[in-house]
Design a protein around this ligand. Structure first.
Ligand code: E4P
Ligand code: PEP
Length: 352
């Protein structure tokens, strides 16, 4: 009989079900409390219940779990220092959306060498999340693959849907079932309306195909996630982090009946992926907060131990603690940005 399906599939490799990985690396009660408490803190900031600022800060991508954990240790100290003013969440991005082709992240290719040992990548990712939670540091992830959240999302405090997938029904449906606040980046062309649409869809109930905890193909029914919100990350039309676009977006959110405060990504289209410029963007966001802009509930920073970036394809030995995807602020610049944002929150609070 003529074969007509999977003609472009080279292989299927069975994967252990999510329940098996969660049983091998259980979240446990102490870490679950960290996740629950910080999810609520993020919700309270984004709904205006809490006058602090959420700061999602960390490397563009995790390629070296040892360096990521070293970074988390530094961030733990900064989070404690600024706890009165900032709710600090570590960016722990395992899945990288590419404009065309490129390394797609630790889960997809933990060897950074095209061997695609996904089983090992999932284990490394989950183990790292648990180790970071043991430091009391909550984590934020982008959700890109529709199945992988079943393996890690129980440990995640804040989620993002990226600029390349904000318009995707698959990702909007995924967000409607996730257990944490989820931000939708504006589209790469700068369109914010797709993020507003995405929030409406993410806040609604849906029925779609998925995989359950035991790895079975399933019909998934979700309740809707009321903590969907918009992230301004700039775009082809330029930055959108300054007062004008912020005010326009806040008006659009009010018209759309969306009450969550804005998160602004100081990187990507707002800094042109220039890690030095990113410090300046963070300062421009801090100025708006200090001047009393209550519509800004969060900021995202791409930051690592060493500033800048490096090419995986260079063939040269990798610099420890430096991004292999987008350029990141150095740790020193990050400390300055965190202090500046904390001061801005104090000023906003005083002006209130
Ligand atoms: O971090 C964001 C994206 O993963 C990254 O900017 C995409 O980079 P690319 O345009 O080189 O694929
Ligand atoms: C992929 C990212 O950003 P964006 O989707 O805005 O390009 C990111 O934050 O790592």
């Amino acid at each position: 009989m003529t074969i007509t399906n999977d003609l472009h599939v080279a292989a299927f490799e069975p994967l252990e079900p999510p329940s098996a990985l969660l049983a091998e690396f259980p979240l446990g009660g102490v870490r679950a409390n960290v996740v629950e408490r910080t999810r609520q803190a993020v919700r309270d900031v984004l709904t205006g219940e809490d006058d602090r600022l959420v700061v999602v800060v960390g490397p563009c991508s995790v390629h070296d779990t040892k360096a990521a954990l070293d970074y988390a240790r530094r961030l733990a100290a900064a989070a404690e220092k600024h706890a009165r003013d900032l709710v600090i969440v570590m960016r722990v991005y395992f899945e990288k959306p590419r404009t065309t082709l490129g390394w797609k992240g630790l889960i997809n290719d933990p060897g950074l060498d095209g061997t695609y040992d996904v089983r090992r990548g999932l284990r490394m990712a989950r183990e790292l999340l648990l180790d970071i939670l043991d430091l009391g540091v909550p984590v934020g992830c982008e959700f890109l693959d529709p199945i992988s959240p079943q393996y890690i999302a129980d440990a995640v405090t804040w989620g993002a849907i990226g600029a390349r997938t904000t318009e995707s029904q698959v990702h909007r449906q995924l967000a409607s079932g996730l257990s944490m606040p989820v931000g939708f980046k504006n589209a790469t062309d700068g369109s914010v309306s797709v993020s507003i649409d995405a929030c409406h869809v993410g806040r609604s109930s849906h029925v779609f195909f998925g995989v359950d905890a035991d790895g079975r193909a399933s019909v998934v029914t979700t309740t809707g996630n009321e903590d969907c919100h918009v992230i301004l990350r700039g775009g082809k039309g330029g930055p959108n982090h300054l007062p004008g676009p912020v005010a326009a977006t806040l008006i659009a959110l009010e018209k759309a009946g969306l009450k969550h405060r804005l998160v602004i990504d100081a990187s990507h289209g707002n800094s042109g992926k220039d890690h030095v410029r990113q410090s300046g963007v963070a300062a421009e966001i801090a100025d708006q907060i200090a001047a009393g802009q209550n519509g800004i509930g969060g900021v995202m920073l791409e930051s690592f131990l060493v500033g800048g970036r490096q090419d995986l394809e260079s063939g040269r030995p990798l610099t420890y603690g430096q991004s292999v995807t987008d350029a990141c602020m150095s740790w020193a610049a990050t400390e300055e940005a965190l202090a500046s944002l904390a001061r801005a929150v104090v000023a906003r609070r005083a002006a209130a």
